[in-house]
Ligand binder design. Structure first.
Ligand code: SF4
Length: 252
């Protein structure tokens, strides 16, 4: 496994910053009641998306271990926020967690831009990057199966994820567990809200953030809102001109 990876066990019960350092205690596998169960490594894209799949896999009698590797999340502050939420989720639900906190930002952006920043194409690169890291970790740590919480999201390309998972399964000699976790969409939301988990507003990369914001408000709409706001007048010269008008020019 990579430099930043640690074999998972029960998460420490002290400062949550431990999760940022990838410091997770080792499990005593010989004592584990899970020793005879099928072992599955669950790639976790974020805590809210892990609620339903981790529950389902436990119901299916898997010994589930979570795996964090998401260098697609930008900016870094947002990445750390989601990592912290995942650490909290693992602690509260007694989910063993392995983390790879590698964050090759330049490589990620380069990979996306070399392909195409358009959603369908860039997501293919992004899925493969994260799922391949998971498959490698699964093989190196003796798991029988691997899967991903991306299969829970209504906003992801399920057929593509399954196709990539199957190919990686063959490559690494593992089974890719495929289930339509979207069936538990509402249940997952309820669990995450009950637990008070941080719920993000966009998928992860800066492109998805831009697309989400653009869907919410057009630039013209934003300017209309801004120009209708009455600014309180005061002694500062920039506060004395209200309301103001504005226009926009499109850059080439
Ligand atoms: S939209 Fe989401 S899945 Fe697609 S490239 Fe961005 S972070 Fe990855």
């Amino acid at each position: 496994m990579g430099e930043n990876s640690k074999k998972g066990g029960r998460a420490r019960r002290n400062e949550s910053e431990d999760f940022l350092a990838g410091e997770i205690e080792s499990a005593d596998e010989e004592d584990s009641p899970n020793a005879l169960m099928k072992k599955i490594l669950l790639h976790i894209c974020c805590a809210p998306c892990a609620c339903y799949p981790s529950k389902r896999l436990k119901e299916e009698n898997f010994a589930v271990v979570g795996f964090w590797y998401n260098p697609n999340i930008q900016p870094y502050q947002e990445y750390r926020r989601r990592l912290m939420a995942t650490g909290y989720f693992a602690r509260v639900t007694s989910l063993e967690l392995i983390t790879d906190t590698g964050y090759p930002l330049q490589d990620f952006l380069k990979g996306i831009l070399e392909k195409d920043a358009k959603e369908k194409v860039r997501c293919s690169f992004c899925y493969k990057l994260r799922m391949e890291r998971t498959a490698k970790a699964a093989r190196e740590n003796g798991f029988d199966y691997f899967t991903t919480t991306l299969l829970y999201s209504k906003f992801q390309q399920h057929d593509l994820i399954k196709e990539i998972g199957k190919k990686l399964g063959k490559k690494y000699g593992l089974d890719f567990y495929s289930e339509d976790f979207r069936d538990g969409w509402k249940e997952g939301i309820l669990i995450s809200k009950k637990m008070g988990l941080y719920r993000q507003q966009y998928c992860g990369c800066i492109f998805s953030e831009k697309e989400r914001e653009a869907r919410r408000f057009t630039s013209a709409g934003l300017l209309a809102i801004a120009s209708s706001v009455r600014v309180l007048t005061g002694s500062h010269p920039t506060l004395s001109r209200a309301p103001y008008s504005s226009h926009s020019v499109r850059s080439q």
